[in-house]
Design a protein around this ligand. Sequence first.
Ligand SMILES: Nc1ncnc2c1ncn2[C@@H]1O[C@H](COP(=O)(O)OP(=O)(O)O)[C@@H](O)[C@H]1O
Ligand SMILES: [Mg+2]
Length: 345
Amino acid sequence: MAGVVALDLSRRGLRGVQIDGAYTNRPKITKFGAINVADGVIADGEIIDERRGAAAIKELWKSAGFSTNKVALGISNRKVVVREITLPAMPTSQRKAGLRFAVEGQVPIDLDDSILDFLPLRQSSEGGEAQHEGLLVATSRSSLEITVNAIEKGGGYIDAVDFAGFSLLRSLTSANSGTQALINIGASSTTVVIATGSMPEFVRMVPSGGDDVTRSIERALGISFAEAEQDKITRGLQGGATSARDIEAETVLRENVAALIDSIRNTLKFYNNAHPNKPIGNVVLTGGGSRLTGLAPVLTRALGLPTGYGDPLEAFSVSNKVRASGVDRWALELAAPLGVAVGEK
Ligand SMILES: Nc1ncnc2c1ncn2[C@@H]1O[C@H](COP(=O)(O)OP(=O)(O)O)[C@@H](O)[C@H]1O
Ligand SMILES: [Mg+2]
């Protein structure tokens, strides 16, 4: 059975899940490991320090006891560009080979520095010519280079890379009935995927996440990032502050979360205007940022939609031994990387 390690790169640490029977409909989680990394090794979902990044990869493999060096990555950061585009219909292999030329002039990005992917959604025709309407995802190649080098120097090799928005959809498959919004709130970006069943209709990256909230507390109270993070986690959205300091912290926390909710609401509104016949029925949250206490009920009210948490492990069989190693603790963070290994590659 093909084994692969789904890797989650976060500023605070590395998480890895070994999946046997990857790229099938019945993948199995066989090992899990998590390690902390120092500041400056990982930022915005990418390794930015090649040497220390490679050392961290080695450490993770050793501590988790992974028995494969294959790595699956879900890419999600502020540099990812997603656009709806239309291409002449052609076989997948041909489209893959010619994608760069086919999209020339259609997207405002440097194609020489891009890794491109296209997900066809609909067939249409224009003047008798068959066409595919779909989503183009572009990722900066050079910014990914340090990550790839670090993983290789650490002994791994990249077996699969997927845009986190699409992999998210695959790891939350059984939740997919009707049209719903999957929202992954990360550290510095938020991925919004609107899908009917397992078919994405619309994808947007919102360039802000949980760390922006922490930073606002850090600035307002003049405390360290780590202290602000602790304050945010214990405070949540419960309210009830009494001291001047707490009221200040509560206010900036609320203002910042409100700004993020506004961006999410505008994104859903934009989708609704373009797809009036496919209204969103509910919202499914993942990502560490979604752990903010009280966020789900606040979102339910702000969006006027039932909002709950996704279970990214539902597509997998998980042994008791792996459950005991703490994989559940990280399930919301692992939603995107796990999905890379679900279903056909
Ligand atoms: N209990 C919590 N309450 C509020 N925010 C949290 C909690 N746990 C984690 N976070 C936030 O989650 C974010 C990291 O989520 P993660 O999914 O790992 O992001 P990324 O994959 O973008 O690195 C951070 O901004 C962190 O502050
Ligand atoms: Mg992550």
